[in-house]
Design a protein around this ligand. Sequence first.
Ligand SMILES: NC(=O)c1ccc[n+]([C@@H]2O[C@H](COP(=O)([O-])OP(=O)(O)OC[C@H]3O[C@@H](n4cnc5c(N)ncnc54)[C@H](OP(=O)(O)O)[C@@H]3O)[C@@H](O)[C@H]2O)c1
Length: 253
Amino acid sequence: MTRTTPEITEQDSRKVVLVTGATSGIGEGIARRLAAEGHHVVAGGRREDRLTSLAQSIRADGGSIDVRRLDVTDRADVARFVDETVTARGHIDVMVNNAGVMPLSRLDSLLVDEGDRMVDVNVKGLLYGIAAAMPHFQRQSSGHFITIASVGAYSVVPTAAVYCATKYAAWAITEGLRQEADPFIRVTTVSPGVVESELADTITDPGAAAAMKDYRSAAIPPDAIARAISYAIGQPADVDVNELVIRPVRQRP
Ligand SMILES: NC(=O)c1ccc[n+]([C@@H]2O[C@H](COP(=O)([O-])OP(=O)(O)OC[C@H]3O[C@@H](n4cnc5c(N)ncnc54)[C@H](OP(=O)(O)O)[C@@H]3O)[C@@H](O)[C@H]2O)c1
């Protein structure tokens, strides 16, 4: 028996993809790859100079991108980021909740404000992203949530208790979302190991910063994560890639 593959139209395969935290590292890599593949990217982050140069560079290569200043700790701002895109483009296809910070330290260093910031960005920012896109996905009867969690969602190491807690939470929220979501909504958790980015720049504790230098020396490029996302969103609508863990081959924990 011959099986025929349903034809993928240009409209089906070109998606409107929102990416939070696209001013550096993994988010920037996702924006660059997906734009290069013909998707329309909407990139958010707080550093407007980075957003401007990202847009210039992607457009110079023929890609389609809108950029907007975004603070994921501000629920109304996240809602506007999504709503404005729906107004401008008519619909949205993929919400990549990527923005994150990682100011590592031991709990006894009492850097409580930094813990608060990780909860605000890594957990509450994710919840705001889900809440902003959900009504549109439900109205459209389609949509894809992608959470950038971490290998820190699976085990804890010293100095990373709070960071890992936020990533365990991101994993749990996203898995719960997958189980609860309407059957036409796809949900993917992507958990990177060490990837080249500016993430370790948020560490102020000298001991934690020194330990990270060795740990991060095996880093792989952000495009390794972007390729995984391209794979997940490129599946037919009835296929949901739920979880991907991507480490450098040399990385052990
Ligand atoms: N690199 C790794 O080894 C690794 C491993 C596992 C997981 N991850 C995860 O990957 C994600 C991306 O991190 P990265 O490694 O690419 O680090 P990065 O280069 O530091 O990028 C972090 C991004 O998050 C944005 N961001 C931070 N606070 C924000 C806020 N309040 N509102 C909006 N955007 C905000 C930053 O933009 P602005 O500062 O311009 O706002 C930046 O674009 C994070 O969730 C991180 O936990 C990274």
